[in-house]
Design a protein around this ligand. Sequence first.
Ligand SMILES: Nc1ncnc2c1ncn2[C@@H]1O[C@H](COP(=O)(O)OP(=O)(O)OP(=O)(O)O)[C@@H](O)[C@H]1O
Ligand SMILES: [Mg+2]
Length: 612
Amino acid sequence: MREKSSVERSQLPERQISSNLTVLKLFLPYLSPYKGQITLGLISLLLATLSTLGIGLVFTSLIDHAFSQESLTALNQSILLMIGCVAIMAVASFGRTYFVSWLGERVVADLRQRFFSHLLRLEVGFFEMTRPGELISRLTTDTTLIQIVIGNSAALALRNLLLFIGGASMMLAMSVKLTLISVLIVPLILIPLVIFGKRVKVGSRHAQDSVGDLSGFLEEALSSIRSCFAFNRESVEQAVFKKLVDTTFACATQHLLMRSWLTFSVMMLVFLGVSGLLWLGGQDVVLGTLSAGQLASFLFYALMVAGAAASFSEIYADLQRAAGASERIFEILSIQPKPQPSSKLRSLPREARGTLALHNINFAYPNNPQRPILHNFTLSVAPGEKVALVGPSGSGKSTVLSLLLRFFEPQSGAIYVDGVDVKEAPLSQVRERFGIVPQEPMIFSGSLYENILYARPSASETEIWNAIEGAHLLDVVKALSQGIHTQLGTRGVRLSGGQRQRVAIARVILRNAPILLLDEATSALDAESEAAIQESLKRLMVTKTTLVVAHRLATVLKSDRIVVLNKGYVEAVGTHAELITEDGLYRRLATLQFTDSLNLSERQKENRALWA
Ligand SMILES: Nc1ncnc2c1ncn2[C@@H]1O[C@H](COP(=O)(O)OP(=O)(O)OP(=O)(O)O)[C@@H](O)[C@H]1O
Ligand SMILES: [Mg+2]
């Protein structure tokens, strides 16, 4: 059942849960093009920190000079100094916020582009084992976490580090004794940080995984909403969804609880420590070994240092969350693109002849390597030849076409297009040679026009209309409310099955590739439309090599050769006239299909009677 997991995780390396922040180093190459912004961000950061430290000094001068000596001039000077510090701090903070956040947004934009273009280079098998929702969650949620770290937490960490060092130095300058006492408090802060930090990271990863599960489920449930309604599955889907939402909530609360404990412990210990300092420092002031102004400044710096230390735990948790997110992203980025480009690339001949050869192909799908689908499949097709692939459902016909398009790699054997082993040719060149009408045509949510143009974006208006005419879509276009520019809805829901098939045929006509692959191209059409389209396909096929898959044998009678596939084995090859004389699968199929209903056997008559 699908509530099990969002990704068939077997395809992805086992997810590691570690507090290993070194994965964040992988972002350095993403940062290096933006040295200018980084420098500006750092300068702003430094100025903001120095001006904040300056404010502490104002307190000493305010209390020890202006108040104790009752001097108005000293008061004015102190206030002017404070305004100066605050102005610098404000401007620098603006710079820091802008440049650093800009950096976060930019790096994530680059990362998203890289991620998507990487996905486009992966093999079809990967997408069969990974749910789109899971990838979407990595591309959105996980990248957002990274953006927060680069655009905020990292700068915050640096700022707080500077404040920590600066503040601690000032503390030393004010009172060595009090500073040493403060140092004793530091390990007390570090202990909960280490304990809870680890748990926060694990919890964060679980929370992200559960959101991935949720979006994976949603994606599938919504895209198959009709089946859900038709099978009255609403309550089942709702129950599954509720379970997933509950898990997400439980994971999130668990994570929240850990984070809250972390903040609580650090806060508690820091402020207890500060109270202790106030008590001890107060005694020094009473004894006259420390001025009141110095104690005020010392406490200001101590609070600053404590605040910085407390925020380290938050930032550390953020960094850990981002490390988790990065692992999830780099996990995908590290998957080797397939098919791998060969080291000795050979171009296909410029002039396409349209020869096709498959030699001794053995193939099993990557998700089920134990089950061979094609056994020693061999077939050569001469330029312009029309070859039909027939055979029972599941015998491997569509698989042959997928292999030609290099959606999958055969375990052994070789495929040649125009005499070149496709493994050695650039992938795009191989695919350029083929025009396919797939068994289940895919229609996108754009207009009919965009859907047809998809096959060849550079096509002219006339070519598009020719394709529409060839695919007998003119009547369909006329009937649509905005003609060719009508939006077809998600996955083309506004078209009928046969109309979708005709859009796929229009695409292949427009594409005008030298080798045609027609997988049940007219199976969803009525007899009249089918006859008409067969005519235009025939015109298209005149100069092209064609591989036709068909269950309805009537559509392949005139093929130059018919290949009969059975359970992945080539059972027979020949013309209709030859094959019909042999006592084999083809004759059995043909007898069933071509027998006049008056000659039906008793058994068949009984079956038909069911429908009467
Ligand atoms: N993506 C896939 N992953 C794993 N197994 C697959 C995949 N696609 C198809 N198969 C299996 O491979 C076998 C051949 O499938 P294929 O789609 O090539 O059959 P076909 O001859 O085109 O059948 P049909 O006439 O029903 O379209 C089937 O048994 C099917 O279960
Ligand atoms: Mg098929």
